[in-house]
Design a protein around this ligand. Structure first.
Ligand code: ZN
Length: 372
């Protein structure tokens, strides 16, 4: 079984094209990870997710610890077996959803106590418990438990939050059980303060991780601020380790992240949008409920090889959403994920050819141009 690691095949400025080696197979990078919240990428079979070209998916510890429970997942052979995804799976720590629970949670130095959004039952998550749950799920990549600092935050609040997250990162490292081909990723916090980001990155490097995530972004700071944080944060991370930008984002965010040296992304955007009639295409974003599609016989995206675009007209998609037929969300989720994957594949080829700038400019021109 191969050791976990990233082989970098080419660079183009800060951007990298590589191969992530894991216990559950290899993944070409840069890569977009579809979000499989409750051990399913919503509206998609695992075969369909594979057909889009996805190499790695994400699972949510918070949701899986409540239902069906980590012991039950382990008894069913782990997440890979249960959801028919033998490839690599990254699980988040549960922290982000719990921090989002607002009044339903109480944070202290040791961990966080929270009430389930399902039945109000009380639960406790600590760095050690998060590691144990992700172990039961058999996550290929485990994330440290951290506090996702709210935005905006004063520098004082952001510092205290980041410092606690670094203590939790250290406890996560100690509790994580290493296995060949498996990884634990640290998460850089520090909000929009360069000095805090630098101290966080230094603390994580000191502890030592198989990969490094940039957290606390895409929380309302805006794209320009997010890119500014990446501009100074990414160079603080070890060049030979994978870098993961959490919870990002739009196709344009992804291209900007790749150009700044990010290897991995995840976001609910393409799947959520697929269920709400929002299409991401090479010609920009469409709302398929719009009446202008009622008689549009063209494929959704003429440049896309997915079944939705190969077999159906825009008018059919429009009709499915108008009638609230479940095939509408299924087809559009498939398309959106296929589009995200093709965007990442194109970026990878462009990096290998040393022409990422030109590739990104052409993609942006297509979004601007629209569909006439
Ligand atoms: Zn398509």
């Amino acid at each position: 079984m191969s050791e976990f690691g990233l082989d970098i095949a080419a660079t183009d400025g800060p951007a990298r094209a590589g191969t992530l080696r894991t216990a559950h197979g290899a993944v070409s990078t840069p890569t977009f990870m579809p979000v499989g919240t409750a051990a399913t990428v919503k509206a998609m079979t695992a075969d369909a997710v594979r057909a889009t070209g996805a190499g790695i998916v994400l699972g949510n510890t918070y949701h899986l610890m409540l239902r069906p429970g980590p012991e039950r997942v382990a008894a069913l052979g782990g997440l890979h077996r249960m959801m028919d995804w033998p490839g690599p799976i990254l699980t988040d720590s549960g922290g982000f959803q719990i921090m989002s629970l607002g009044k339903l949670r109480k944070l202290d130095e040791d961990g966080v106590t929270f009430a389930s959004h399902i039945d109000g039952s009380k639960h406790r998550l600590t760095p050690e418990r998060s590691m144990a749950i992700q172990h039961s799920l058999d996550a290929t990549i485990t994330m440290v438990l951290d506090e996702c600092t709210p935005f905006p935050a004063t520098e004082e609040v952001a510092r205290a939050s980041m410092e606690m997250s670094m203590r939790w990162a250290s406890r996560s490292r100690a509790a994580f059980i290493p296995r060949p081909g498996y990884a634990l990723f640290g998460i850089v916090q520090g909000s929009v303060f360069p000095e805090l980001r630098a101290r966080s990155a230094a603390a994580l490097r000191e502890i030592g991780f198989e990969g490094f995530a940039v957290g606390g972004l895409a929380v309302g700071e805006g794209q320009a601020e997010m890119f500014a944080v990446l501009d100074y944060t990414v160079p603080m991370l070890p060049a030979e380790r994978p870098r993961y930008l959490m919870g990002v984002g739009t196709p344009d965010d992804l291209l900007g992240g790749v150009a700044r040296g990010i290897d991995m992304f995840d976001c609910v955007m393409p799947t959520r949008a697929g269920r709400t009639a929002r299409a991401y295409t090479s010609r920009g974003v469409f709302n398929m409920r719009n009446a202008r599609f009622a008689d549009d016989a063209r494929p959704l995206d003429p440049d896309c090889a997915c079944p939705c675009c190969q077999k159906h007209a825009r008018a059919y998609l429009h009709h499915l959403f108008r009638c609230e037929e479940m095939l509408g969300p299924m087809l559009l989720t498939w398309h959106n994920l296929a589009y995200y994957q093709s965007l990442m594949r194109g970026a990878r080829v462009a990096i290998l050819d040393g022409r990422l700038d030109g590739y990104a400019a052409a993609a942006r021109a297509g979004w601007q141009e629209g569909d006439g």
